[in-house]
Write a protein that binds this ligand. Structure first.
Ligand SMILES: [Mn+2]
Length: 387
């Protein structure tokens, strides 16, 4: 009989969702719904193990209603004798002593879950399942790592079980969506006797096989940013025997529809009229809509353009509407907008500025700090709609 595992990650519960205004609680609830769906599936199908690879919460201080819901979920799984293993991700790891402890710690203290809070050493525990010794190890996200440091380098990774599993909240070499300013797990540091690398952090479901090791990121369980809009969200279910992962299946779950609509703006057009017509055409009270405007913004168009009016109309006809402006600003006076005064969205301006600082910085420690500021700032700007 194979060992069955439900593996999920990146739930991002209690995400701020500020840009959704008065609908932000509804949006927060979308993330909770995904988590509930996955927990219900586990309660029904009773896997031998329930794994969560980090970013259970979007921040260090989730609100109490959300904490309580998670407590209830973990209690139910525990009562059904489904062992739970969790680690902290970059979103829910305390970066300094003054930040206190990870919100996950209180669940560990109830005895409902096994939590691996260390980020510099790998912790492990062994459990017997279907006459096999299963060694489950985990390492929480280490916020002090530099961009090119391999999180597993020089760590002793246990592997004495018949089946060996490792939980880690890092991108893994070979998967799409890895960033040059983040530490990645290199394939060469994955021990040969590791059966399953249960990875988090990467929000897109992906898997790869390296030797005897199956590597998988189940991805986030709701769309956290627009960059994920085309991705299916869900969790994975796997079956393992002594030698390897025999079966790994991705189960999609229903998420809120999200769509980017490209609109080309011709010269002198009334942009409001154009976009409001588009909103009426696409109207769907469930839809998170984003317009990406390309083309030109002339003085005539600018005079008539009322961005808030479009956003308000979008709020009435859709779940929300935001606008990314990639327009070319055209002035009748060529000196009016010189290259120096070229208008860029805040997110682009911020990225360019900090990137330049990172490039210049010689001190490695300061460089890593700037990189972190870049990461954190981009996330905040994305969430507040600074496109
Ligand atoms: Mn995440």
């Amino acid at each position: 009989m194979p060992i069955t595992i439900l593996h999920t990650s990146d739930s991002h519960l209690d995400i701020p969702a500020i840009k959704f205004g008065s609908r932000r609680y509804e949006r927060k609830n979308d993330f909770l719904k995904s988590f509930d769906t996955i927990v219900s599936t586990a309660l029904e199908k009773k896997p031998d193990l329930f794994l969560h690879s980090g970013d259970l919460f979007d921040g260090l201080n989730p609100r109490n209603p959300v904490r309580a819901r998670v407590m209830e979920a973990f209690r139910k799984l525990h009562e059904k004798q489904i062992p739970i293993y969790i680690i902290s991700g970059n979103h829910d790891v305390p970066r300094a002593r003054r930040h206190g402890v990870a919100p996950l710690l209180e669940y560990a203290r109830t005895g409902f879950v096994n939590f691996f809070p260390e980020w510099e050493t790998i912790q492990s525990s062994t459990i017997n399942l279907h006459d096999l010794e299963v060694e489950i190890s985990g390492i929480s996200f280490n916020p002090t790592l530099g961009p090119s440091e391999d999180p597993l380098h020089q760590l002793s990774i246990p592997g004495k079980g018949d089946v060996n599993i490792l939980l880690a909240h890092y991108n893994v070499e070979g998967l799409r969506g890895t960033f040059p300013y983040e530490p990645d797990i290199l394939l060469k540091s994955i021990p040969k006797n590791l059966t399953y690398l249960a990875a988090g952090h990467n929000h897109e479901y992906q898997k790869q096989q390296v030797g005897n090791t199956t590597i998988c990121t189940p991805g986030s369980t709701e769309h956290v940013t627009f960059s994920e809009e085309s991705q299916k969200k869900g969790f994975v279910w796997l079956e393992i025997d002594t030698h390897a992962v025999q079966k790994l299946q991705f189960f999609p779950i229903e998420t809120r529809p999200m769509q980017t609509q490209d609109v080309t703006i011709p010269a002198d057009v009334n942009i409001n009229q154009m976009l409001i017509k588009e909103i009426d055409r696409l109207r769907n009270p469930q839809l998170i809509l984003r317009f990406r405007l390309q083309g030109v913004m002339t003085i005539k168009s600018a005079e008539q353009y009322r961005r808030t009016e479009v956003v308000r109309h979008g709020f009435a006809k859709c779940f929300s509407t935001e606008i990314v402006d990639e327009l070319e600003y055209i002035s009748p006076d060529p000196d009016f907008l010189t290259p120096e005064t070229e208008l860029k969205p805040p997110i682009t301006e911020y990225r360019d500025y900090v990137n330049a600082r990172v490039k210049q910085e010689k001190d490695l420690e300061k460089k890593a700090l700037l990189q972190k500021a870049l990461d954190r700032g981009l996330a905040l700007l994305e969430d507040s709609g600074g496109w």
